[in-house]
Structures are given as C-alpha cells and as structure tokens.
Design a protein around this ligand. Structure first.
Ligand code: GAL
Length: 762
C-alpha cells in the first residue's frame, strides 16, 4: 500500500514538472486565482467586464487556494487544449449557466454552446457558461468565448501502468442484468476540460469557503448584481406580433379599466417596417403616428418595450453606415454588426438613443442573439462558425458573446442617461450579473422553467418563466404563480390575440372565444398580480443584496442549506430572497410533496406551521400560492398599486412570523436612476420587540419609497384535533410509500428476499 502511494506521488510530481512548464498561477483578487497555460487567446470574456466591485474585499480571504492549483494538468491535443482536474468521491457539481435539463452536473458531459433549443441534454442553451461550482466550496471558470466541453467525471481513463490501478476480479461473477451489463455507475474522479481551437487556456478558481461565497465572489468579480428599476418588478404584458396601434391601446386600456396591475407593455415584431431582419423603423401601416402611441401609453403610466434583434435589414436607416463594421455573413439578409468595434456600437447606440430612448422607450427585448439552432440542419438561420468580423473575432466566439455584448451595450446607453432599464435578452455569457437583462425562451416545459430558475442562480443571470398559452385553467394559474415567484413576471402574448385568461387554448384564444368563467379567472389573475406588487419591497431588497453582496435573489436551496442531503438534487423548490421558499405546483396538480429544511416554516396563505427537516404533502387551492416563510421573518408587504411612477410611495405593512431574533433590512433608493452607485440609498431596519415594531432609517437618500403603516403578528392557525390526526396519517402513509418504493428498487433488501423475484430493468 505504502509503495503504491510513493509510486503515485513520484508520478504526480513528474507529470507536474512536465505540465507546469508553461503554467502560471496568480492571485488576482481576495479568494480568486488565475491559472494560465500556453499562448493567451484574443477576445476573452474578461475583456468585456467592468472592474470588480470593491465589495469583493468584504468576503473572507483564506490566503491559500481551495485546492492545489499546481495539480491542474494541461496538455495540447489536435482539438485544442485540455485541462485535467480531480474531484473528490462525494463532490457534487452545480452551474454551467442556464442549464435546462439537469441541476446536479456530476457525471455529465457539458458542452458550452449558445443555442436557441436544447439538443438532448448535452449542455447547449441560451446561456451555457464555462463555470461550475463544487460542493467542496470552490468554483472553476474557463475564461474563453470558444466552445468548451467539460467531462464532469463522466469518463474513465484506462489505467495503463500495470499493477497500479488494476481492479481485482469480482468475487462473485455477475448474474443479474445490472452486473452483466456493468450498469452500476462508479463516478469517476476526473474532470476534463477541452477548449477547442486554442493554444492556451485561462482558468479562474474562486474560493468559498461555502458555495454561497463562491457565487458571491463570482458575482462581485463580474461587477455586482444589477438592481432593476422599481417598475421592472411589476407585471409585463407583451401584445401580439401583428397588433397595430389601436389594438395595443385597447389592451393597455383593458388593464387600467379592470384595475389589473401592469407596468410595462411590450411590442413584438409588427412595430418594425421590416422585422426579420430588423429595420428599427416604425411600421407606417401599424403605427402611423408612433409619438402619439408613446404619449398615450405614458398617459396611462405604462413603460414601453420594443422587440428587436441585432440583424440589420437593408432598408434600415443604419444599414449603409454599419455595413463596414459587420461580419461577412448575413442573417435573414441583414448585416450582423460587430459590437466589439467602437464604430458599430456608436452607430447602433446613437440611433437607439435618439430615436427611442429620448422619445421615452424604457426598454427592449433583444431577441435571437443565441445565434444558432443546431437542430435545423436544413434551415440554419444564423451566421456560421467560419464567419469573420472586423474586430478579428470569429463566428464561434461571436456566437457565444453576442447576447452579452448586445445587452451590455444597451444597458450602457441607459446608464449614460442615468436611467435604469430592464431588458429581455435571449442569450448571455460569463460576467453578466451587472446587466439588468432577463433571459427567456420559446421552450415551454414548466418543470424545466423551474429548474432554470435554480440554475440561473449559480451563474449570475436572471431567468423568466414566461406565460403564454396553457393546457388548462389550473396550468395557467400555476404557471402565473411561477412567473410571479421569479425575477420577471411576464405574460407573453406574442402569438395570442387575448390574455390567456380569456382563453388558455391558443386556437380558441385566436378565434376570440372566451372561457365561460373567464371573469372569475380574471379575478384570480388580478389577485396574483396584486400579490406580486405586494412583494416589491421584499424583492427589491433581495436585488440590493445581489448588487452589494453578490447574493443571488433566486437560488437553489443547496446554497442556503449545503449540509442537507435532501436538497442536493431538489430541482422543484428554491429560495426567493433570504426568507421565502417557493415550491411551484407543476402541470396543474393540486398537491405535491414539499421538503422543509431545518427550522420552522409557515404557509404564506394560511400561516400554518411546519416543522422542518421533513417532507409533507401539501394541497393548495388555486387561490393559494406555494410560498413558505422562514420562522423569524419580518416580511414587508406593500399595499398593491396598479403601476409604479417616479412619485410612487408604497405603504408597507410588516408581517411578523414567529419571534424574529434580529432586525430585517429593507433597501430604498429613488427606484429609477443609478444614483445608488454614488451612495444615494437607505437601509431601513425593521425590528420587532415585545409585540411592537420599530423602524430606523439610515442613509442619504432623501426620497422615501416606503411608508411603514402597520405591523401584524402572524400567529399560526390553531389546529383542530381532526386536522392534526389527518396530517399524521398522511405522513405515515407517505413514509410507507417511500419505504416501499425504495425497497422495490433494491429487492435484495426486502426481509426474506431469496433472489427469486423483483423488478428487472431491461
Ligand atoms: C421569438 C421569441 C419570442 C417572440 C418571437 C417573435 O424568437 O423568442 O418570444 O418574440 O420571436 O417573432
């Protein structure tokens, strides 16, 4: 045994000497190291990053790296550069950007390629990222805009040196199917990272010590999370692509007449004179007098958002100018501007500034910038990998970075005007946390949408589970709830005549049929949107933590409860801010299993109390929202308003759950400018002592966004004996079912098992 260890160490020292020739290790910030190998690449994601926020220094600095960085092995292969790292037997891996199909990434191959649809579960998506986080409390980021493949313990290297890794023959030769087909999975302890087409690699390693601190460090290194404008937390409604001015105004009036809160109205492709590619000029048929539409919408206190993408139509006023600063391939016959060149940025930016920003357009939906659809071999709409651009960037790198560069340029336009915006964007990449832009998709699986909320939290991005058509009324309400419980509540009717609560079925909706009970449904929807408006102070505060401390406002429970093995794979529940846990009801079900981590929790609707550390079956009516509140919470809830204006002051009531041991903090600023970057904000301390609430405001912001008007103590509902007995019975039944299910998977553990029966997987 000893000799084996000595030989292994000699081999590893030898291979380190071989590999470390060109390997450089630098500490670049507290808790952040850079490992460089070979020839540096051009157009790295860090080139487009603003300087790291000072807040980075607020995180613990352990001086030494989280693992021996010299143990990273590099080698050159014809495909590019390979880095090899080790992972421990029980290490779990999360991240890789906006992954769609899985939460835990150990044992997976992850291919980092921007694409508008997933292709199997190989890792493609709107915002895949070369960045993962380990449960051991460190993060690994590959600083490249090239295609990267990560083998996350998914491959096993053959041990070539005889005797070293030789496996003993099995004591009992295999007889079962699983044994014969060798399907028992042994996770490999190796990570291989391949960057295609380079001669060098840069790896950043982020220390924790906790996973939460890794992601905080990453977000702060990116420049800190964005704070949305206050209106950005309200409802967004996107009207049908073909709508003209009258139809838009009709629906804008509808919300106001029905007093259904709505802050932003989005126009889809039909506002352009040419949409695919884009002219960025108003369609004279649909919108003959755009200024009047803008005025009327402002008169109704709406913010207006315009859909577009970056491919410039030959009839666009900027086409001729931007052509020299565009790539050599067209997309939908339009030019693809190179947003790395100052000229393309200036032409595109100043046109948008004069024609839209200065006319009162508050935001944009930046579509199609994922720039690929590998599924469509016959009609690939985007530029190819072999495209070249004036800055020298190639088709691969530009495909990966286009969403990031596009959102950055547009956010900066608003930043220069000292006005916050909230964009929608369909692609992103590393270091996007400071940009107020929300990812969305045409994919539409509700369960994936929820998983994407969790995955977004590992990579400094925001994701919107938007609502369109649905399969049933229940599905509609549950999807609306999930949208409410996310960073961006949006109803996207780009192919629907009417709001989906008129009719959830796409065809019937477009025939203007309405559900018999649509007015009732409308009331349920209205109550839900009002709840979103109530949550604004709480959500705004969560975003302030994102900005100042890098804490993701929406995140997997594994970041808050890393020791709790029940949450390691839990992809259907997540934290919304620090105090609320969401457990969405998917596909219109009316009950589901909810796991409560340690501590005491309360049902937000009924105030019923749950002891943590166990699962419960929870039933909820459509009027109830699957949100659970941590014991000790002071939850600031606003009186709902129909929309946010610069004059809005929110009347806040604090709900007190249990006995808070420390004060809650509430963030306040002017809600619209970037003056908070100069220190113009307040933190309000809310404390509860001897059944009395106390408010202390600190900071230099003069305008008060909130008026604290009341306090309520939410004592748990008194349980009736019957409901307690029923609950207990339900739980025993559940435990029995669970035990039975696990024994079915492992029949040999059944008492009295003689090997003669049991399910066979074939
Ligand atoms: C899609 C986009 C949709 C909608 C549509 C309009 O690509 O994802 O949300 O905007 O374009 O054509």
């Amino acid at each position: 045994m000893k000799i084996k260890n000595i030989i292994l160490s000699i081999i590893s020292i030898f291979s380190f000497c071989l590999s470390s020739q060109a390997q450089k290790i630098e500490k670049v910030h507290p808790g952040i190291w850079k490992v460089t190998y070979g020839q540096p690449e051009k157009h790295l994601p860090t080139d487009f990053k603003e300087p790291a926020s000072e807040s980075l220094s607020g995180l613990p600095d352990r001086e030494t790296a989280p693992f021996d960085l010299r143990s990273i092995q590099f080698k050159e292969v014809p495909k590019g550069i390979v880095a090899e790292l080790k992972i421990g037997k029980s290490e779990k891996i999360y991240g890789f950007g906006l992954q769609v199909n899985s939460l835990e990434q150990r044992g997976m191959r992850r291919e980092i390629r921007s694409n508008s649809w997933t292709v199997g579960n190989v890792g493609f998506g709107h915002a895949p990222m070369p960045f993962y986080i380990s449960s051991e409390g460190y993060g690994v980021l590959v600083n490249t805009a090239r295609y990267v493949t990560f083998y996350m313990g998914s491959q096993n290297k053959l041990a070539k040196s005889a005797g070293l890794k030789k496996e003993l023959p099995p004591e009992q030769p295999g007889t079962t199917l699983a044994e014969l087909y060798n399907s028992s999975y042994t996770p490999s302890e190796e990570v291989e990272i391949v960057v295609e087409g380079t001669k060098g690699m840069e790896i950043y390693v982020f220390d924790g010590p906790s996973m939460m601190e890794v992601i905080q460090r990453y977000n702060l290194f990116s420049g800190g999370g964005y704070i949305p404008p206050l209106w950005g937390l309200g409802l967004k409604y996107r009207a049908k692509s073909t709508f003209n001015d009258k139809e838009v105004l009709k629906f804008a009036q509808y919300f106001r007449e029905k007093h259904i809160p709505c802050d932003m109205f989005g126009l889809e492709p039909g506002w352009h004179s040419a949409a695919y590619s884009c002219s960025y000029a108003w369609n004279p048929k649909n919108f003959p007098e755009p200024d009047r539409v803008i005025d009327s919408m402002h008169g109704m206190n709406y913010k207006l958002n315009l859909w577009e993408h970056a491919y410039v139509h030959p009839t666009s006023p900027i086409f001729e100018q931007i052509l020299p600063y565009s790539g050599d391939y067209a997309v939908w016959k339009g030019a693809v501007p190179d947003f790395i060149t100052p000229q393309a940025k200036e032409i595109f930016g100043s046109y948008h500034k004069t024609n839209f920003l200065e006319k009162g357009i508050s935001s944009f939906k930046l579509d199609e910038c994922d720039a690929a659809d590998y599924k469509q071999a016959e009609a690939e709409w985007s530029f190819p990998d072999i495209a070249s651009f004036p800055s020298g960037i190639d088709g691969v790198q530009y495909r990966q970075l286009l969403g990031l560069l596009y959102q950055k340029m547009m956010v900066n336009l608003y930043h220069d005007a000292n006005l916050r915006t909230l964009l929608e964007v369909r692609a992103s990449h590393l270091f996007a946390a400071p940009y107020s832009a929300i990812l969305y998709s045409d994919m539409y699986e509700h369960v994936d949408y929820i998983r994407m909320i969790l995955n977004a939290g590992f990579s400094g991005i925001s994701w919107s589970p938007e609502v369109r058509q649905t399969g049933s009324e229940d599905d509609l309400i549950r999807r609306l709830q999930s949208s409410l419980m996310s960073s961006h509540m949006v109803v996207d009717c780009w192919f629907l005549n009417n709001p989906p609560w008129f009719h959830y079925d796409r065809n019937k909706n477009n025939k203007n049929e309405v559900l018999p009970n649509y007015l009732e449904l409308e009331q349920t929807v209205k109550k839900l949107i009002e709840l979103r408006m109530k949550l604004i102070p709480y959500l705004y505060t969560a975003f302030a933590r994102y900005h100042f401390e890098g804490v993701p406002p929406f995140r997997s429970l594994v970041l808050d409860y890393p020791e709790d093995r029940e949450v390691w794979k839990l992809a259907t529940q997540y934290m919304m801010g620090d105090q609320l846990m969401c457990a969405p009801f998917i596909d219109g079900v009316s009950e589901r299993e909810v796991y409560f981590p340690k501590g005491v929790w309360y049902d937000f609707n009924t105030k019923k109390k749950y002891e943590g550390g166990q699962k419960y079956t929870i039933r909820m009516t459509l009027d109830e929202i699957p949100v659970f509140v941590k014991d000790g919470t002071i939850l600031p809830l606003a009186e709902p308003v129909e929309y946010i204006t610069p004059e809005t002051v929110l009347n806040v009531t604090c709900q007190v759950y249990g006995t808070p041991e420390k004060p809650a903090r509430l963030y306040e600023d002017d809600g619209k400018t970037f003056d908070f970057e100069k220190g113009d904000y307040n933190w309000i301390e809310l404390s509860w002592n001897k059944n009395k609430g106390k408010v202390v405001r600190n900071g230099k912001n003069k305008k008060q966004l909130y008026k604290i008007v009341g306090w309520t103590s939410c004592t748990p509902r008194q349980e009736s004996i019957e409901s307690l007995i029923k609950d207990r019975l339900d739980r025993s039944l559940q435990q029995y079912e669970l035990m039975a299910a696990s024994l079915m998977d492992q029949p040999d553990r059944l008492p009295g098992f003689d090997g003669g029966f049991g399910p066979v997987n074939d």
